[in-house]
Write a protein that binds this ligand. Structure first.
Ligand SMILES: *[C@@H]1O[C@H](CO)[C@@H](O)[C@H](O)[C@H]1NC(C)=O
Length: 267
């Protein structure tokens, strides 16, 4: 199973770890050059195998904000800076606190990204990660049944077919864990269809659709149009924002640790 392999990578990284690099508080490209020169190949190969076996793994890894060089087949690629260490604390509530809810308003999304040093441009580009992956019924039920907000923006109610499909997957109550693809046109391909969906009112989550419906200044919509019409442009922006996100709250050198089990602080 995919997760077992993930733990294998974690193990490899632990074995490769060295305390000799003190660093100056920044991440570098060749962190493992001396101590574990093959690490990128090992991780890349194992991630590719994991994604072939279970395509959802690609989305899970994106969600985990996985920092090694991996290539989503056909998707964007970028150089990943290495040397990032794990926190000495672990907090479920802390981890969830900073993740915006799927029914967040645009204002909430913008401010929670801003708190992490990410701007509106990063928000729009990184939302494009919803080109892959699934969400649970419980995360999109409100968007499907509370149509008042949508009708306000869409007086012609052009999108009822999409809503009807979602309702058949996700009833008013129950079946909370039923899944629907975040990008219903090309669910497992990393491409720019997320943005064309948005322009048609067919984002799965409330927090997807507000990018377009609550953007009163039109700046975001312009960016959505740009990515919808030029995939290469989206890939470049996505890569740039992923690198930027990878440099948030970095622990290097003597700060933090490399966890033996990624879910727990070393005892
Ligand atoms: C978002 O969902 C939560 C949990 O279902 C709910 O308590 C909250 O009222 C919702 N927020 C908005 C703005 O609809």
């Amino acid at each position: 199973m995919g997760l077992m392999r993930l733990f294998t990578f974690a193990l490899i990284l632990v074995l490769c770890d060295t305390e000799t690099l003190s660093g100056d508080g920044t991440l570098v490209l060749d962190y493992y050059k001396e101590t574990c020169p093959l690490v990128e190949e090992i991780v890349r190969l194992n991630v590719e195998i994991a994604v072939v076996k279970e395509p959802r793994m690609a989305a899970s890894l994106l969600r985990l904000h996985f920092h090694d060089c991996f290539v989503l087949r056909g998707g964007p690629g970028w150089d990943v800076l290495l040397g990032r260490r794990d926190s000495l604390k672990a907090s479920l509530s802390g981890a969830n606190h900073f993740i915006p809810a799927p029914n967040s308003s645009l204002e909430t999304l913008i401010s929670s990204f801003k708190q992490q040093g990410l701007d509106v441009g990063d928000l729009v580009a990184l939302s494009g990660s919803h080109t892959v992956g699934m969400a649970r019924c419980i995360s999109f039920r409100q968007r499907v049944y509370d149509v008042s907000a949508e009708e306000h923006y869409d007086p012609y109610k052009r999108y009822t077919t999409f809503r009807r499909i979602l309702r058949s997957i996700c009833p008013k109550s129950g079946r909370d864990n039923e899944l629907a693809p975040l990008d219903f046109t090309t669910p497992s391909r990393f491409d720019n269809h997320y943005y064309t969906n948005l322009l048609q009112g067919n984002g799965l989550l409330g927090s997807d659709n507000v990018l377009v419906t609550e953007d009163h200044e039109g700046v975001i919509i312009e960016q959505v149009w740009a990515y919808a019409s030029n995939q290469k442009h989206f890939f470049e922006a996505f890569a740039k924002s992923m690198v930027k996100m990878g440099n948030i709250n970095v622990l290097t050198g003597n700060e933090g640790e490399i966890r033996r089990k990624c879910r727990f602080v070393n005892s």
